[in-house]
Structures are given as structure tokens and as C-alpha cells.
Design a binder for this molecule. Structure first.
Ligand code: ADP
Ligand code: MG
Length: 222
């Protein structure tokens, strides 16, 4: 079986600024990979390349064995919808919608006919938020907003989940809750990539890499 996601010798430059070079990476089903590295090192850039939101300057990307280099924007968008979900650093929820509506919103259009509402409620319950279904984002804590954004991403049933600093700015107990929700996705075969500064979270991943001088280096997990 092919890897869910594979990067072959990826490079990314902005003008003369080389951000990534010689990046090789492979993600399998049901595994979580953590990427650590100093701020400004290119982690978000790398994640956006993995998520097909940005094109690399050089190298190849394969999603489930398909080399996407020749794909037009329509095929890329289709592939993104089929395989990928994101948890962004800022939750990007819609302020006029409740927690439950926010979780359901993207799935309404993609998975029509299925019982999206029941599944959204089940996810929110699993994440300890059944008492906050009808609250709006401004009435919720940062930890709750992150879990809502994670539930929204998972309801889309992605094969690949990309999370950018998902536990940033959370106190340790909340960070641990979000981490557990994220890592649990492995059980249904999701491949998870987590960019993080949180050593506790990174240690729970199956593999850890450090992004240094634009390249991924494996880190021994103690
Ligand atoms: N669209 C862009 N144009 C030019 N430079 C960018 C752009 N996006 C990011 N950068 C630069 O690339 C470097 C890596 O940024 P980023 O991927 O956000 O790092 P990290 O997530 O590790 O903090 C930074 O120096 C940043 O200023
Ligand atoms: Mg970043």
C-alpha cells in the first residue's frame, strides 16, 4: 500500500530566501508524526505544502501514491477535499454560528445525505463539549475553540490531518486534552502531522522530526 503522503526532495524559496531544501517525508495510515523546530524555521510553510495550499519550488508530492505535479487547480481542490483536513493555529470559526453549527458547516456541503448532525454531536461529546453545543465562539475558551476546530476537521473524515501548533497558548491540562483528541484520530487510520513546540505532545507521536536549516532530521523519541 502506498504512503498517504510523500514528499520527495522538496524545496521552497521566497525570492532568494531558501526556506526548505531536500525535504523527504512519508506519512502512513494510523500514525502521527510531530515536527518541531524554532520559530521562523519554515514549519507552517512545510505544512501548507503538505496540505496542497502552496506549491513547492522544487520536488514532488504524492498523495496516496498519486503524483500531483501535473494536476490542475480543479483536480488539486478535489484531492484536498478528499484527503485533507486542517487544524489551523487560529481556530477560524464563524462567530455567528454555534459550536455545533461550526463543526457541521463544511461537512454539510460535502457529505449531504449523511447524518452530519448526529456525528457532529458525537464528536463534540467525545471531546467533552456536549454542554457547549449551542454556545457561540465568543462564549468559549481557547481550549474549547481548538477542540471545536478539531471536531470540524475530523467530521470531514480526512485521511490526513494537519495541525499547526494545536496546543499553543493552552495551559497544560487543556493542552493534554487537545493532544489526546488529536492522537486518537490514529485509531481510525488517519495519518496525523503535528507541528508543535510542545515536547509533551511531540513525545506521544510515533515519529519526531526537527526542521533545521530547511531540512527534516529525525529525532530519537525517548
Ligand atoms: N508568503 C511568504 N512570502 C515571503 N516569505 C514568507 C512567506 N511565508 C513565510 N515566509 C517566511 O518564511 C519563513 C518561515 O516561515 P514559517 O513557515 O511561518 O515558519 P514557522 O512556522 O516555522 O515559524 C519566515 O522567515 C517567514 O517570514
Ligand atoms: Mg508557524
Amino acid at each position: 500500500m502506498s504512503n498517504l503522503l510523500e514528499l520527495r526532495n522538496i524545496g521552497k524559496s521566497y525570492g532568494d530566501d531558501v526556506i526548505l531544501s531536500n525535504v523527504w517525508f512519508a506519512l502512513n495510515r494510523g500514525t502521527a508524526i510531530a515536527i518541531v523546530g524554532h520559530s521562523g524555521g519554515g514549519k507552517t510553510t512545510l505544512l501548507s505544502i503538505m496540505g496542497l495550499l502552496q506549491k513547492p519550488t522544487s520536488g514532488q508530492i504524492l498523495i496516496d501514491g498519486q503524483e500531483i505535479d501535473s494536476f490542475d487547480s480543479h483536480r488539486m481542490a478535489k484531492l484536498r477535499g478528499q484527503y485533507l483536513s486542517f487544524v489551523f493555529q487560529r481556530a477560524r470559526l464563524i462567530n455567528s454560528l454555534t459550536a455545533l453549527e461550526n463543526v457541521m458547516a463544511p461537512s454539510w456541503f460535502i457529505r449531504n445525505g449523511e447524518d452530519v448532525e448526529q456525528q457532529a454531536k458525537a464528536l463534540l461529546e467525545q471531546f467533552g463539549l456536549s454542554h457547549r453545543l449551542h454556545h457561540k465562539p465568543q462564549e468559549l475558551s481557547l481550549g474549547q475553540l481548538r477542540r471545536i476546530s478539531l471536531a470540524r476537521a475530523l467530521l470531514l473524515k480526512p485521511s490526513i490531518l494537519l495541525a499547526d501548533e494545536p496546543t499553543n497558548d493552552l495551559d497544560p491540562a487543556l493542552a493534554e486534552e487537545v493532544a489526546q483528541c488529536l492522537l486518537q484520530a490514529r485509531q481510525s487510520g488517519v495519518g496525523v502531522v503535528i507541528v508543535t513546540h510542545d515536547v509533551g505532545l511531540a513525545a506521544q507521536a510515533d515519529e519526531i522530526f526537527r526542521l533545521e536549516a530547511g531540512t527534516l532530521q529525525p529525532v530519537a523519541n525517548q
